[in-house]
Design a protein around this ligand. Structure first.
Ligand code: 5U1
Length: 681
């Protein structure tokens, strides 16, 4: 078949690109693009080569498994090649169906034939390693390299505590294949240490982009002394050469034997019959993914019978009996269109990267906070830069790193403005603080808007319909300057605003009227006192019983409140010493805001004090916030994740991995009725 010039040129360009990125990744440990982009380029080349076999060249990156051997390490020829794994590109359920259908076809099975038994495993995001044991003793550890020849990293691997130096009961020769990875908490600690070293002026130190790069860097570190300081973990999932020892019929039996001989094997590996059980596994792991202590990028399915594996064989260097079924990528590349400075309720200035929209971790991301000026400088983010953006689970998207090679000449270093971008007041950074703050206080319309929105929010005064757009308009039009102005609004003020009809205006006035009957904790929280969140507001109300007690409390008296420390006590005290704050409170009371007051510290006994409860799923009648409020009012602590310390898990419809975890740990599980009984004591 003749090959169109355009396709030939594209294949050449892709090969060049892939060679470059493979060198960056495998040899230099400095990837310039996220894995997802590399995979995409790789698959594009694979597709072209499949379409035009004449394009296939022996040096194509598709013809080898990994990167090049580092100069500094001795080379190791693998006795049994270290294979790669085919990736199922379809991330939806059909990925598992496609694999099952392929396997059945290759084995000549028909529709009515029994389901195939598979092993489903996690796909760890680390570095593949082959460990060679002779007479049960670790004699060599090697990276995959190009699949045929890897690097001898025995010295470094010996520093990994999880890898046994000696096995018990293992065959005389045993090559174990698995993944060296770094746990997320170890990664965070390592980067924290790296940051400290950099802050102390250490040269040649850097922070790591993600746990996988940190693990790969540690394994391929030429100085084993440094490798030892990098906390690594290991899971075994396969084998190479085996001589002597018992015979096995299935992959699962062999994995269990590896465990018995002393190697770490994952307890999340399961047996699965047919495509449906593979799909269920993919979905369950997908839900659990963010809660795992390490990164995974998908799951792996393998035909369990070793005889069937043999029958299925390989295509190039990928076995036909296994496939990796990936999850949506959690990292993507995009560009920084601008760095804006956002003014928060307390005047804190936050630099925010406005990004070219990018689909990552299942959502379209357009902004990422850069936290403060130091953080922007640490990552050296500049307008126009290409950056790696990461979003895992519900975590706020973040700029992980800049791709330095893609920086345009002359890109300017970011500096925090000397004045507030909203009101023009001086923006100051106090000594020892990381944040710049606008000094404009309530003169600054941004701070005023935030203060009003905070007061109106559902957890505070709960003024329905008073959203961002309306508050922006009212503050910009000068209708509202302070909180009590809200309660002095008339219909005429409201209907004069853009796109505000009679009916909507009446609704806002009704919501304002309704909000006047509130509770003391909501009122206190709504005032927006620095360091006073909902739970401190509740503690204050409970301890003092009434507002006047709090207004006149000394720092010492405030320190008597449970969980109130010196910083919080000072902040509350300073807030109520400000005459204009007291004036605002008096005016709000004069406008009719009221709540029930009680006696100081004459607290009713709290039935759930000291108990920790986790909420999961949708309850039939209570919203998550309502359930939380009821529990906290009864003295319970509501936590976000299940652990051995959890006393109860309240589970509703579509409860996810938290419910599984509760069952696993034997934590008491309640439905909504059970919760009500618990609250009733
Ligand atoms: N869990 C697991 N990860 N993983 C990666 N199993 C597994 N198997 C692999 C790879 C590359 O390869 C074999 C199928 C050869």
């Amino acid at each position: 078949m003749s090959i169109p010039a355009r396709d030939r040129e594209r294949a050449d360009a892709l090969r060049e690109l892939l060679h470059h990125h493979s060198h960056q990744y495998y040899v230099l440990d400095t990837p310039e693009i996220p894995d997802a982009e590399y995979d995409q380029l790789f698959r594009e080349l694979q597709a072209l080569e499949e379409k035009y076999p004449g394009l296939l060249a022996p040096d194509s990156p598709t013809q080898r498994v990994g990167g090049k051997t580092l100069e500094g390490f001795a080379k190791v020829r693998h006795k049994v090649p270290m294979l790669s794994i085919r990736t199922e590109t379809d991330i939806e359920a059909s990925g598992a169906r496609n694999f099952d259908a392929r396997v059945r076809r290759e084995l000549g099975l028909k529709d009515g034939d029994p389901a195939i038994e598979y092993v489903a495993e996690l796909k760890f995001d680390g570095l593949a390693i082959s460990l060679r044991y002779e007479g049960g003793v670790l004699v060599q550890a090697a990276t995959r390299g190009d699949g045929e020849v890897g690097e001898d990293v025995t010295q470094n691997i010996r520093t990994v505590g999880q890898i046994p130096l000696k096995l018990r009961g293992a065959p005389p020769v045993l090559e174990v294949r698995g993944e060296v990875y770094m746990r997320r908490d170890d990664f965070e600690r390592l980067n924290e240490l790296q940051r400290e070293k950099i802050a102390r002026g250490a040269k040649n130190e850097k922070t790591f982009v993600n746990p996988r790069n940190a693990a790969a860097g540690a394994v391929r570190q030429l100085d084993p002394g440094i490798a030892r300081q990098r906390p690594l973990s290991f899971y075994a999932y396969g084998w190479g050469e085996i001589e002597g020892g018992p015979a096995f019929e299935t992959h699962y039996e062999l994995l269990q034997a590896l465990g018995r001989w002393g190697l770490p094997v994952s307890d999340r590996t399961v047996l699965a019959m047919g495509a449906d059980e593979l799909i269920a596994y993919h979905q369950a792991v997908g839900r659990e993914r963010d809660g795992l202590p390490f990164d995974i990028d998908g799951v792996v399915y393998k035909v369990n019978s070793l005889a069937l594996q043999k029958q299925l064989g390989f295509v190039t260097r990928e076995p036909r009996w296994a496939v990796a079924h990936k999850f949506p990528a959690q990292e993507q590349l995009t560009t920084v269109e601008s760095i804006d400075v956002y003014v928060g309720r307390t005047g804190k200035l936050t630099p925010v990267a406005r990004l070219k929209p990018v689909f990552v971790g299942g959502v379209t991301v357009t902004n990422a906070t850069l936290h403060n000026e130091d953080e922007v400088h640490r990552k050296d983010v500049r307008v126009g830069d290409t950056v790696i953006v990461r979003r895992a689970g519900d975590v706020i998207p973040e700029v992980v790193a800049v791709v330095p090679d893609r920086r345009a000449a002359g890109a300017a270093v970011f500096h925090m403005p000397a004045t507030c971008p909203v009101c023009g007041s001086a923006a100051l950074r106090e000594e020892g603080e990381a944040d710049h703050r606008c000094t404009g206080g309530l003169f600054c319309s941004a701070q005023r808007k935030h203060a009003i929105l905070h007061f109106a929010q559902r957890r505070a005064l709960d003024i329905e319909g008073l959203g961002e757009k309306l508050v922006d308009q009212m503050v910009d039009a000068g209708v509202i300057r302070t909180l009590p102005d809200l309660y002095r609004l008339g219909l005429a003020n409201l209907v004069a605003l853009d796109r505000m009809g009679d009916k909507s205006a009446q609704n806002v006035l009704a919501a304002l009227e309704k909000s006047k009957a509130t509770t003391l904790p909501r009122f206190l929280y709504g005032l927006g006192i620095r360091h006073v969140g909902e739970s401190t507001a509740r503690d204050l109300a409970r301890h003092f019983g009434n507002l006047d007690g709090i207004l006149d409390a000394s720092v010492e008296q405030l320190l008597q409140v449970p969980d109130v420390g010196p910083v919080v006590a000072e902040s509350i005290h300073a807030f109520f010493r400000q005459p204009h704050n007291r004036e605002v409170i008096e005016q709000l009371r004069a406008c009719g805001l009221h709540w029930e007051e009680g006696e100081p510290a004459a607290r009713a006994p709290q039935p759930l004090s000291g108990k920790t409860v986790v909420l999961t799923g949708t309850l039939p009648t209570l919203s998550r916030d309502e359930a939380k409020e009821l529990l906290e009012a009864a003295g319970a602590k509501v936590a976000g994740s299940v652990s051995k310390k959890t006393d109860y898990v309240v589970a509703g419809a579509e409860a996810g991995s938290k419910l599984d975890k509760a069952r696993e740990l034997g934590v008491a599980i309640l439905d909504e009725d059970g919760l009500r009984q618990l609250l009733a004591g």
